[in-house]
Structures are given as C-alpha cells and as structure tokens.
Design a protein around this ligand. Sequence first.
Ligand SMILES: Nc1ncnc2c1ncn2[C@@H]1O[C@H](COP(=O)(O)OP(=O)(O)OP(=O)(O)O)[C@@H](O)[C@H]1O
Length: 960
Amino acid sequence: MCESSSGPTPNERQQELIESTEGLYLVDAGPGTGKTFAITRRYGTIVEQPAVEPEDILLATFTRGAATEMKERIVDQSTYALSDLVDAPIQTFHSYCHDLLNEHGYAAPTHLGLDERITGSTQIIDDELIEAERFREFLSGFRDEHPEYTDLYRVLSEPGELLDVITELASKGIFPTAEGWYRDGESHLDGDLEAFTAQFDAVNQPRNDGRKQSELREALSGFGRTKTYHPEAPSKSELRGGRGTKQLDSAVARTVFEEDRTGLKAFVHDVYVEYLQFALRRNYLTFSFLQLFAFVLLCEDQRVRQAAQFEYVMVDEFQDTSEIQFKLALLVCGTNNVCAVGDWKQSIYSFQYADVRNILNFEDRLDQFAADLNKDTERVAFDTDELTRIELEENYRSTESIIELSEQTLTTPATSGEDVSTTLDDVVELSANAAFDNTVLEGIQHEDEHEAVLTKIQAIVGNDEYAVEGEDGTPRPPECQDIAVFTRTRDYGRELLDVAAEYDFPMAYDGGIELFRTDPAKLLLAWLRILESDADRGWVVVLEEIGYTFDEIEHLLETESYPPAPVAFRDDLRELASVGAVTRRVLDRYGYTGDTGDVLLHTIQSVYDSTTVTRGELIQFIERGIETGATVDISANAGANAVTVQTIHAAKGLEYPIVILANMNDGRFPPRSRGSSIIQYQDPVGLRQRKCYSEAGAYPHVYDNWRHDVIRRCLPRGYDEERRLLYVAVTRAEQHVVFAAGDEPNTFLEELPVDVETLDVTVEPLDRTTSTAAELPFAITTPEGPIGHTPHSLMDETVFEETDERSEASAEVDSETRGLDFGSQVHEFAEAYALGDEVTPSNPHEQRIVEFLEGLSGELYVEEPVTLPIDVDGHRVTISGIVDLVQVTAEHVAIVDYKTDRTRHAQPEYRKQLSVYYHVLEEWFPEKDVTASLFYTSDGSLERIEPLTIVELGELVRNR
Ligand SMILES: Nc1ncnc2c1ncn2[C@@H]1O[C@H](COP(=O)(O)OP(=O)(O)OP(=O)(O)O)[C@@H](O)[C@H]1O
C-alpha cells in the first residue's frame, strides 16, 4: 500500500456524502457536480475502516473505462495501491455477473428447467454484430423445426427484431422456463389493464373545459387512412364516436387492451427458451444472458446469494440502469448500505434498456422491486424506508452562461407545438465555479454545413474571443484539441471527417463507426464479388479506386478487358484457401493497415470461423452490415492536436472547453422515426403485435393491427430523451457552445435563446504554420500510414521534398503498386515481416530489411506511436509521430527508422525526427541505454544518430 491523497477539497455536501457510509443514500445531481469524485472518495472512507476489505464493497459502473478510471481515482485518494484493487469488485454489472457465474453458475440453467450448463470456458459475446449473426443462424433452424408459427414468420421482416424483443424482456427480468415463464413473467407479458386505462383516460379527457375534443380523439382523426385493418376492426366513426363527440367511449380502453395473444406469447416463449439453449449448447452467453442467469441464481440459491452479498453497494451513473440491474443491485446487498448516484437529466441510453424511472421514481421502485423479490421468500432483508437524499449543487465544469443554457434545453420543444411537461422547477439550479465567464453561445447556418463547421473551427483556433481556461486559471487562446464536434447520429460524423480529410484538417473520430460502410469494407466486398462471379458490381468499385473514369469503366466491363494488375491480383486471391486470407490480402493491397482494417479483419474472423465460411456467406454478411449500418467501436487517433468528433452518446461523461453541436437539422435531431418493430414489448401494455396475418377476409392478408394503432396514441410519445441528449451535449462544454445547422435548422435551434448567423464559408487547407504562430507553435497529426507521416514539421521541407522525389524516381515500382508510393510499400513490408506475417520480399530494399530483421534479438515493436510533450515559452507543445521499429533487449533500446533514400542528403533533417523519438523512448526506458539509427534500405547500412537535446528541439519549434 502507498500513502497518498490528492485532488480538490470536497465541498460541504460532498463531504456529507463521503462520510455517510452507513444507510441508504440517493444522489441525483447535475453534471460536473463531482458525483464521481465524491463516490470514489466515499469508497476510500469505507475501505479505510479497519474491518472492511475491498471485497466487501461493490462499486458498479457502466463501462470498463469508467471502472478503471474509478480505481485510479481511488488509488489517488486512499492508502490503497492499484495492485491492491486488481480483483476488487469495482466493475460493470456484466463483469460482476460473469464473475458470479464463473464461481457459482454451473447449474444456473436448471432453475429455468434447462439441462444445459454454464462452464468455465463459456465465451462471452459482447459484440452486437456477432450476436446478431448467431441469432440469425439459430432462427433459421428454429423455423425448420416450428412450422406451426408460419403465420408469424409471414409478418416478421427482420430476425433482429425478435432478438431485440428477447433482449428487452431479459433487461426487465422477464425470462422463460422450459415449460412457461419464470416467476410472474407472464403477467408482465399480458400487461396491466388498470395502468393502461389510467393512461387512456388521461389522453382522452376533453380539453378547454370540455369544449374541445380529447387529444386521443384528435390524434385518431387519421385512423386507418393508410392502413388495412382486419374486417372486424371498427370503422373510424365507430371508434371515435360521431361528429361533435368529444372523446372516445371509455369502454374502448378495454377493447383495445384485450386481445388474444396466446399464439404470440407461445411463439416468443419458444424462440426465447430455445435460443437460450442454443447459446448454452454453443457455449456462449450474451451480455443480457449473463445478467439473466446471475439474477436467477441469486434469486433461487440462498447459499449463493448469501455468499455473494456485499456489505456496501454503490452504483454510479444510476440513470443508466435497467430494471434487472436495479434488482440485481438489491439482491447483492447484504445490508442497507446502498448508495445510488446519478443524474436523471443524463439518462440517454433507453436503447440499451436504461430506464429513467429507476432514478426518477427511486423510492417507489425500490419498495416495489424489494416487495416483488420478497414475494415468496425473503431475499432483500433490509428496510427500504430510511432513504437520505443528498443534493450537490456546485458545478465545477462550466460557466454560469452554459449552466443556464443547459437548464433551458430540458424544457425546449423538439418539434413545433410540442407540449413539454418538464419545467424549470424540475431542474435543481446549479451554481458555477468557473474562474471567469467569457462564454460565447452562438449558432451558425449554411447549406454546406460541414464546410461551415470547419470554417468556424478555423475562426476559433487561436482567437482570444474564444479564450479558454488555462491550467493556471487565466484565459488562453484555444487550440484544436480544446474543441469537440458532437452529432446526434453517426452518419454526420463520418461525412464531416471525409470533408475534413479533403482539407487535411486535423480531426479524429472517437466511438462507433458503421464498419461496413467504410472504404475497406466496400473494397473487400467488391473483391469478394469479383472472386465469386467476376461481377460488374465488384469491378466497378475496383476500377474506380484505381482511377478509371466512368466511360472507361463502362468500356472495360463491356469488353471484359480488365487491366492486368487487378486481374493478376484476382488470380492470386483465387489461390487463397480462406476468406480470412482474402480479407487480409485485400486490406494489405490498399494499405488499410490502420484501425479500421484491423477491426474489419477481426470482426470477420470472430463472426465466422474464417476457414469454413463461404464467400457467398461473407458477401451476404457485409451486405447486411451495409444495410443495417451495424457499428463497431473504433478510436482513431489523429494525433495530439486534433478536433474530436463524436456522437453525443459517446461524449457522455467527458468534458471539453469548446463544444460545437452540429447537425441541428430537422429530421436529424430528433431523428425522423423509423418504422417500429412488428413484435414489441412495452409497459404497461405487454407483448403486442403491429401486424397480423389472417385468412379471414376474401384473401389471405397481412393486416395492420388496429388495436396497436390506438394503443400507440395512448402511450407517452418520447422526445424527453432527445432533450436529455441536448442537455448532455451542452453540459460537456466548459467555456463555449456553438450550434451548427444546414438548410433546415431543427426546432431545438429555433427555440433556444441563441442567435443564428449565416456564415461565409471559406475553409483553407489548415495552414499549420499560421495556427502555430497564433498559439500552436508546433503540432502534427498522426495520419494513417507509416511513411511521409513522421514529424516533418521540424524539418526543412525543401530538403525533404527533394528526398521524396529522389526516392520516387529511383523506386522499383511495378504495376501492382500503382497508386502507392514505394516508401510506403517498403515500410508496410517491414512491418508485416517484423510481425511475423507470411510476406516475401519483392525487391532488394525489402530483402535488405529481411536480412537486417533476421539479425535482431530481443522484443520488436513496430509502428509505435509516440508523443513528446515539451515546453516552449511556457506553452505546452506536443510532437507526435510513429517509430518504425523499436528493439528492446535486456540493457538496450534501439530505435530504427527505415529510409528508402538513395543519398544521405536529408540526414540532418532526419536527425530532428529521430531525436523526438529518442527522448520519448528514453523516458519510457529510463534504466536502459537508448540509441536511434537510420536504416538505409538502398544499401542496408545502419547509421547512428546523435540526438538533439530537448532544449535544441524547443529551439527548432520556436524558430518555425
Ligand atoms: N469540491 C471540488 N472542488 C473542485 N473541483 C471539484 C470538486 N468536486 C469535483 N471537482 C471537479 O469537477 C469535475 C467534475 O467532477 P465529476 O467528474 O466527479 O463530476 P460528475 O458529477 O460525475 O459529472 P458528470 O455527471 O457530468 O459526468 C472534475 O474535474 C472534478 O475533479
């Protein structure tokens, strides 16, 4: 253990929370109020008690990153070292459930009447794409075995919908057993007529003292207009009552609610239980099944429950809990020492089954869930009455102006005329602690919105009007890395990055990307199509990529006279045995060796056993991925000084000095709603079907379900979460907020108290020297490939360009490498060879690299990204780049950079580059002897470089 305690001094309320370790606590407090700070301190207080060990305290979070960050904060604030907390239950719900099942879960399925077992080698699938593929496979077998559900297959459009229903049910604690439903699951599926009737009545009240018809009746004025209902459905006037009627007959509530759902329930049950069995037999569990089995085990096995219970339970980000997570938290509490911390206003994960009611109606739910769990035997042993609420009202992140704006977002309509039920009274007012308030709140609008955003960023960087708070609390001009662009949907982020790339603008995307809509995936699909049938659809993409014009391509396709290089490549691909190998070759060919390529390869390999999957299956998989926009997490590092682009969802929990909230456009934020699923589960109406197949009319037909259309109008329509998204976005900002829109600004932007200016778009390819003169003395982004992307900016570029030309002129370029420069090819080869890939040298340069690498001992690291922070005239400057090769032996660290130059002309310039690497590695390996050398591939010589000092590097930066 080590002695340490650091960080800010807690305020009075935080202190109260930190010290009140016994009993039931709820903290529902705003952004930046130090919730995470206080809860980690509280953990410290608890764990420092003599009779308490880390294993007595569960601290539940929502992401692995958050769990790690918590541990680090605790280490800062307690006498515990990170090594003492390695196995401490500071973890996500999923990982807790995984641990529990590992230890006690073997027979958990028996409690649902299932014979399968959970073994120690059960694999956890946390990737939606892979899960969807497995489910698709399951369902195809299920259909063959269950012809009795043919009518339901006729209405279902997408298997994924069924998986969604199952996941939703699991998140609410509704599970099947071999014979029926677990505990009172079936009553949930049936719904709650009384609760529904109350909602029906609420929207069916005539308005304006009875003079105006009810909202429900008005909403049903289009009843059936674009629908085909079953012949038994009432006509519009039967349903609504005749002319002049003010409200629907109250008996309608019962009629729409009561619907024979026996077949639907049986179908969902059988799919659900057989999919559970399928997963267990295949030896995998999904995230939702982990929770399901942990819950069942904790409910059914008293011995396990008692063994698993903690003395203290804390949950951070409580607004993100689902119903089952709330219940799990209760089951693992051995005492009433429970503390839930969150912010209802930041609940934005309903699509992952977060239920904002868990925090909004905390007391009611606590009582209700504890009573449910205790129905047949005592499972929650503590008293749920004595709850203490602690308010935190000091905001340590944003200026007063931003706090004020953020509060308004929660009451702003999302569509014109929307009645927002939240009022400012529902929001606890926060006070700001910012050193100064120079906040700029503004809106910009232009038909070329992407360019407008870039123009605005240019205007912000280095501009004192947008000063941000420096480390010493005084204003300083902003840099690129101070700025984040948020978007409601992913596609905008992707478009913006494409436009930024055109201007060589330093931008980095952080979060999930639609993997199959990226260029590497499209090119892979093209080659697979070519391999499969020489398909034109494949050739068009490949030829376009090479640079042929549309007319040329047309001619080539007509005459089937494809150019020799891709034909040769196709023939090479044909030789490869597996689609995994094909994927790798295609990615290599186009130089997609970065994050996206890696993730694509990894995804394909994990979805399929890539040695047995056929090309046809892989083609379909990618096509489905393109269609559904399936996403995979990627964090592309664009270097130290870049603007971050991310979705609002991904930005949760983060903070930036300047936030640009882009794509504030109609139909985008909130997104225009897509068609809802055919089978749905929803409180309080239970399991419902939007369309039904019937042979009752003159012809067999898939009818719209009229009951569903009425029910839908009775349930609250939710733009509240869209407002909360707006709130989360704004509250990430410390200093300034800029909204951006294209042609059609959304209602939010129209309603918010922000002036919107039409801006002249003038994006310049970012002149790094100008921006450095302003405040960024030196900054480089880290582009995707290995050569030509090293920190050039310290070098005399004229020398460098000359070197480039020479190397190009002397390069042994063959037709296969068309479009790729020779240096890149050699570097890629070197990387692949050092990583042990099966590559053979195709020219003397590569041969020399092979000989060189063969002679090296120790550990080799390739393409190692490094960042060197230095101080220049009081400014923090970072220089980042990628080291080609680092060799680490017992006493020695050798940095090697490959150069394909014929001459030593540029050596003095390369020295600057290698010096940067040298200082980073020296810092990393203080006890070893570090050297930096250039390896000239033209003659195989290794030339040691005498590194410049940090002061000399600083001098170079200053003189830029
Ligand atoms: N008493 C304090 N004095 C000074 N700074 C503080 C204090 N409490 C918290 N902070 C700082 O405020 C920032 C926000 O704290 P924290 O991340 O814990 O807030 P939060 O309530 O969890 O925020 P959010 O809900 O937006 O994620 C942190 O940088 C933290 O160090």
